[in-house]
Design a protein around this ligand. Structure first.
Ligand SMILES: Cc1ncc(COP(=O)(O)O)c(C=O)c1O
Length: 373
């Protein structure tokens, strides 16, 4: 796909709506719809051409610059985070460090009383989490720092590399919820020093719901026992060699598949694989540039209208999310919906989240409607 009109043709939503809500739940592209339909049709005749399909582990590994063996299939981000929370060890007096900007799924798994771990919240300063405050909260009793790479409400982006450095100085892990950043911001888990990372595909990755991936750094895979175990958790060669399941002993897989349990939704993961490949073919750097150009224009226009942004403007904190305060946000979002403009009401304001296939004209249209209100 080379130019914007070719790209937009692959997104049927562009024919009827100005969709600026990728931080919520995104529409599917035509190639994703096509591959899922094809698979289902083949399945209905029981004539599946297995060579055509895969479940996207390889594509996800490429997306985060990891290896395929470091990737497990999970249903969603919340499952990925629960797996990590429930397999780490929590000695007495240990703590978890997170922020007060998190989506519940990044924190709830650690609030379970059974884990007996203190959860420390770094307080934001005008919508930003400062590295000096991360440093102040982490100590040698910290088991993990758990954060969303991009915070869901105001779009604040963390500096993963610096946070990983702080974590590793204290021998603790960095756990990243990347659902609001993957597909927008390039991530290299090795360069940045991420230990665990998880994300669903239904937002910025433009894939179906019910699909997600968990990255576990190679040298950590065998260090922990998975909280749930099923046929998918064990070494496939055990079945392949003896022709039946060894059920008296557990031969856990040495790859991240040890964190999988049973059958995934094949059709959905086939869709997810196509969705991720589409983004990789365009190039994440290019996608990031386009999104940041659109959000820059959006932020300027919003400020010109006199609204107060809660999204930090400094380039290093920016993402695909722009949030600003407005009276009666639900009512405003509904009114925009009647004009076929889709945004979200969040935190006393509106959250606007364009993707690479949106245009400046679409942003202008949103601004005109806001002005008219
Ligand atoms: C930062 C963040 N984490 C997690 C979730 C929920 O993820 P999932 O539905 O994949 O569990 C959301 C949804 O909005 C989110 O914004």
């Amino acid at each position: 796909m080379s130019n914007i009109s070719d790209i937009r043709r692959s997104f049927p939503v562009t024919r009827s709506k100005i969709f600026l809500n990728h931080a919520a739940y995104s529409p599917l592209s035509q190639p994703v719809v096509d591959v899922m339909r094809e698979y289902n049709e083949e399945l209905s005749r029981y004539e599946i051409d297995e060579t055509k399909y895969n479940l996207g582990k390889e594509a996800f590994a490429e997306l985060v610059c990891g290896k395929e063996e470091e990737i497990a299939l999970v249903q969603n981000t919340s499952t990925g985070l629960n797996i990590v929370a429930n397999m780490l060890d929590y000695p007495e007096d240990s703590n978890i460090v997170t922020t007060d900007l998190e989506y519940p799924s990044a924190v709830y798994p650690w609030l379970k009383r059974r884990l007996g771990v203190e959860v420390r919240y770094i307080e934001n300063v005008e919508g930003k989490i400062l590295l000096e405050d991360v440093e102040k909260n982490v100590d040698d009793q910290t088991v993990a720092i758990t954060i969303s790479h991009v915070e869901y409400a105001n779009g604040f982006r963390h500096d993963l590399k610096s946070i990983a450095q702080i974590a590793h100085e204290h021998n603790t892990f960095l756990v990243v919820d990347a659902i609001q950043s993957l597909g927008v911001i390039p991530i290299d888990v090795n360069k940045e020093g991420v230990d665990f990372l998880t994300a669903s595909c239904y937002k910025w990755l433009l894939g179906p719901a019910g699909t997600g991936y968990l990255y576990v750094r190679k040298d950590l895979i065998e260090r922990f026992e998975p909280p749930f175990i099923g046929w998918a958790s064990v070494k496939p060669e055990v079945f392949e060699t003896i022709g039946f399941w060894e059920i008296r002993q557990l031969h856990l897989s040495t790859t991240a598949s040890r964190y999988e349990i049973g059958s995934p939704s094949f059709v959905s993961f086939i869709g997810a694989a196509t969705a991720i490949k589409l983004l990789l073919a365009v190039g994440i750097e290019k996608i990031q540039r386009q999104i940041l150009k659109l959000t820059e224009f959006l932020m300027d226009s919003i400020e010109d209208l006199g609204f107060q942004l809660t999204t930090p403007r400094e380039p290093q904190y920016r993402s695909g999310i722009v949030h600003f305060l407005i009276d009666k946000p639900e009512e405003k979002a509904n009114r925009l919906k009647t004009k076929d403009i889709v945004v979200s009401a969040r935190s006393n304001g509106l959250r606007v989240s364009p993707h690479f296939y949106n245009t400046e004209e679409e942003i202008e249209c949103l601004i005109r409607e806001l002005k008219a209100m």
